[in-house]
Ligand binder design. Structure first.
Ligand code: ADP
Ligand code: MG
Length: 301
């Protein structure tokens, strides 16, 4: 198959591994920088242009779109979808998952466990908002943050009020969440491909930190998931419409609670922690499911 990896940098670990794994299975692999793609959307024959010519004959595209360029990246992916190219994850599902509030609303509607979460905009209801999620300590998060940036633990009511006032002053969208203290700075990343959890790791925050993100100095070890955790992860990915997802959960006193569903989960941490060849599994998924013209949404909806 002719497969494009939409990535800004071919040296990134995940990009490199996907190219390697595809080539090892005999595929024609290309790295395409989505920010350098351009397109004529008024044309009757949709196409994506790159470095002076139209990209042609691709069977599948693997989006690795960074959070800072979601808008343009998903537009490029949508254009690929309109031409019939199979996307590993669809543009609509990626947009959905990038918005934490939208994702949690979709998941809660389907009964997925999550930390009690509040959301507000106007400046006069901070007290009630905090009461709604059970009062301090609370976690306050920017809606579109990633890698732990914009995620704050407020241990007292007063700290929570100051952080909320500060975020409001910046006109930033945020949510307020029950702090799951019993997780003790660790969370679970379940790597889902299709209808299966293919690998899972437990990430532990470094000393004095509650965020377990590997980018914040967390460390990862392999973990065995409970059946409930597995089904929560698989259902969450399916609700978001993602074929491949990194589902982040906390082990709370009342079972697994989902914090977020990542549409471009990194391969480095999970491959190192579990010793599994995740890139190969992704390529095999595309071989089995990637059919030209079979995109579910074709960028609509
Ligand atoms: P990001 O998108 O920046 O990774 P997350 O929502 O995943 O944001 O939060 C980052 C980390 O902070 C999580 O991996 C987890 O360790 C910790 N965390 C987030 N929310 C909570 C919570 N409600 N209770 C306890 N820890 C949390
Ligand atoms: Mg996270």
């Amino acid at each position: 198959m002719k497969i494009a990896v939409l990535s800004r940098n071919r040296r990134l670990y995940s990009t490199r591994r996907l190219i390697e794994a595809g080539a090892a299975r005999g595929h024609d692999m290309h790295v395409i920088d989505h920010l350098r793609c351009y397109m004529n959307i008024a044309s009757h024959k949709p196409a994506v242009h790159y470095k002076g010519k139209a990209l042609e004959d691709f069977d599948a595209v693997i989006p690795r779109i960074g959070a800072s360029v979601t808008f343009y990246g998903t537009a490029v992916l949508r254009q690929f979808e309109m031409t019939g190219v199979f996307p590993l994850n669809e543009s609509v599902a990626i947009s959905r998952s990038r918005d934490k509030l939208r994702s949690l609303q979709l998941l809660s509607r389907r009964g997925i466990g999550m930390p009690v979460t509040g959301f507000a905009h106007s400046p006069d209801d901070t007290d009630d908002l905090l009461a709604l999620v059970g009062g301090a300590p609370v976690v306050i998060k920017l809606i579109e943050g990633t890698q732990g940036v914009g995620v704050v633990l407020a241990e007292t009511q007063q700290a929570a009020e100051s952080v909320i006032d500060a975020f409001r002053g910046l006109n930033a969208n945020f949510l307020v969440q029950e702090f799951i203290g019993e997780a003790r700075g660790s969370d679970i990343r379940a790597f889902v491909i299709g209808n299966k959890v293919v690998a899972a790791m437990r990430r532990q925050a470094k000393e004095g930190e509650f965020r377990s993100n590997l980018h914040r100095g967390g460390s990862a070890t392999v973990v065995k998931l409970t059946p409930e955790e597995r089904s929560t992860a698989v259902r969450s990915a399916r609700i978001m419409g993602l074929n491949v997802a990194g589902v982040d959960m906390l082990r709370s006193n009342h079972g697994p609670v989902v914090m977020e569903v990542n549409s471009s989960p990194g391969l480095e941490g999970i491959e190192a922690a579990t010793g599994k060849d995740i890139a190969d599994l992704i390529v095999r998924f595309i071989e089995n499911h990637g059919r030209f013209g079979k995109t579910r949404t074709k960028g609509s909806g």
